[in-house]
Design a protein around this ligand. Sequence first.
Ligand SMILES: Nc1ncnc2c1ncn2[C@@H]1O[C@H](COP(=O)(O)OP(=O)(O)OP(=O)(O)O)[C@@H](O)[C@H]1O
Ligand SMILES: [Mg+2]
Length: 251
Amino acid sequence: MSILSVKNVNKQFGGLKALHEVNLEIEAGTVHAIIGPNGAGKSTLLNCFVGRLDPDTGSVDFDGVSLLGMRPHEINQVGVSRVFQTPEIFGDLTLVENVMIPAFASRDGAFQINGWRQVADEASIHESAMHLLEDVGLAASADTVANQLSRGDKRRLELAMCLVQRPKLLLLDEPTAGMARADTNNTIDLLKKIAERGITMVIIEHDMHVVFSLAEKISVLAQGTVIVEGLPNEIKGHPKVQEAYLGGAHL
Ligand SMILES: Nc1ncnc2c1ncn2[C@@H]1O[C@H](COP(=O)(O)OP(=O)(O)OP(=O)(O)O)[C@@H](O)[C@H]1O
Ligand SMILES: [Mg+2]
């Protein structure tokens, strides 16, 4: 069963067709990778799922409900979380505070925090934030200010910030970009654990080691269109995929 159903999505920036008739079905409980050369439209597509961009035409349905016209925090509240290509964290706050903020937000909407409930729930939110920091391997730095983290650790912090919202669908835009190999492998293991919990994942990634370690299905986007889609072994070495990457990224 599809948890996310994308039909005939188009998005134009001035004269540039960033997305052209994109169709995508994401099966519940699977890890689905979107790959493609730089500028293919991958991040633009994700932006259309989370309310950062409105497609010009087409539909995006999550769990049978249209996401179009919903505001980003509303999309969050129905169970869709996202890790951005550039980490979006609160640099001046500690790690545990960073993880607590989205927990409050997902409970109360866009920071419309109800006073007495805040007091009642703060301890339990702190506890679950600490558990998640443990899951992502950052518990020892819980009271460190987020600015001090390496880029790889910022990504892991962002993951914890997503998971605290208990998403049904997790969208990851290049989760291992800029990471050293050891951190990348740790992230692969972490994402496998998350997938085992039944959270559906869409992952955009250039690192084919990550893609082929995690993805159950792969869609290849080139020049705003899905050119090939299939199981990892069908994508590996596919002539159209090789062609799309010629002179571009590695596969
Ligand atoms: N807000 C915007 N305004 C104008 N053009 C944009 C905007 N966002 C993206 N584009 C253009 O749309 C195209 C697709 O960009 P997008 O960022 O979606 O690619 P991508 O597949 O994520 O690439 P990368 O792998 O480099 O992250 C590019 O040509 C980009 O320059
Ligand atoms: Mg991108």
